[in-house]
Design a protein around this ligand. Structure first.
Ligand code: UDP
Ligand code: MG
Length: 316
């Protein structure tokens, strides 16, 4: 098997056939040295996605599907595909055609020129709200600044990875997946190509703000300890300020005697201290929650049905 294409599916009934058609019209002329497979992971869709997939499976033996038992989220759906991909090279692509399949030959070519990872970097993104673009932009820059490894800015999961990288991912047992960060962490020779991100062809985004925030927190907590350090440092700063205020209070009470009993300053410092403490506890909580998720050692996902017979090589 030369190439596996991993496609997570969450309510994509409007896009599946069009995606399949465009993938084939790109992959067939590529004259790959081996065969290819399309792995669709149905991540608990509530629409007609699954019957459409089963239809493709019946027609075309290159189509594989994994039907997860419920909606586990994009990153876990992709991981389920990676666990069962048989290809020497693996492409990860969105189902909504925002990532143009026509770039796959270029990704493949570039990989064969001596790279283990070729990711696709967005030069522009169309048809997305200004708020989404701005938050994405800020998030990628923040992440780049507080992590040790260099996670490329403005890239999603659209990329090609080699067998070596797939093996690397399978050795990473974390529950809170942030695949683009994990791939940066793995290393080897990586490069990118640039493209203009299209609009979603049909349907609507499966990424609610809630899911986006969770992904952002997963990325930050998995690859950076800076927030914990900020909590410590702000603790020191606030204690420092409190100490100075204490000295000033004693001075005005006993030496200068211009002492007004007043609650605004008291109130202010209590509120300020309380705020810093709550934020710090919250930050610790974010890490602790992920720690406990990993300690529980639950399976990352459950499969209700699949036509892939090979033994999985799960990431845990
Ligand atoms: N997706 C998924 N599970 C989810 C949400 C999304 O498998 O819970 C899939 C979705 O079908 C698509 C890809 O992940 O193939 C990217 O999602 P989407 O296009 O909704 O995200 P956006 O492009 O808006 O960031
Ligand atoms: Mg999309």
């Amino acid at each position: 098997m030369e190439l596996s294409v991993i496609i997570p599916i969450y309510n994509e009934e409007a896009n599946i056939y069009e995606l399949y058609r465009r993938l084939l019209s790109v992959l067939e002329p590529m004259a790959l040295p081996g065969s290819f497979e399309l792995i669709f992971i149905n991540d608990g869709s509530r629409d007609q996605s699954l019957p459409l997939l089963l239809n493709l499976v019946a027609r075309d033996q290159r189509v594989r599907y994994i039907d997860l038992s419920r909606n586990f989220g994009h990153q876990i759906a992709v991981t389920a595909g990676i666990d069962r991909a048989a290809g020497e090279a693996v492409v990860i692509i969105d189902a909504d055609l925002q990532d143009p399949p026509e770039l796959i030959p270029l990704l493949y070519q570039k990989m064969n020129a001596g790279f283990e990872v070729v990711y696709a970097k967005r030069r522009s993104r169309r048809g997305e709200s200004a708020a989404k673009k701005l938050t994405a932009r800020l998030f990628y820059r923040l992440l780049a600044n507080i992590t040790q490894i260099s996670i490329p800015v403005d890239t999603g999961d659209f990329r090609i990875i080699s067998r070596k990288v797939v093996e690397g991912l399978r050795q990473m047992p974390e529950q809170n997946k942030f695949i683009r960060g994990q791939i940066s962490w793995i290393g080897y020779r990586q490069t990118f190509i640039e493209y203009d991100r299209a609009e979603r062809v049909g349907g609507e985004t499966g990424y609610t703000y809630r899911k986006m925030i969770r992904l952002a927190l997963d990325g930050i907590t998995a690859f950076s300890d800076v927030p914990l350090k900020i909590a410590t440092i702000s603790g020191f700063i606030v204690s420092g300020i409190a100490f100075l205020v204490a000295i000033y209070t004693l001075y005005s009470r006993f030496i200068s005697h211009d002492y007004e009993p007043g609650w605004p300053s008291l109130m202010l410092s209590i509120l300020f201290m309380g705020g810093v403490q709550l934020i710090s506890i919250g930050i610790i909580g974010e890490y602790l929650a992920r720690l406990s998720a990993n300690v529980r050692q639950r399976p990352l996902y459950l499969i209700s049905d699949t036509n892939i017979t090979a033994e999985p090589q799960p990431s845990r």
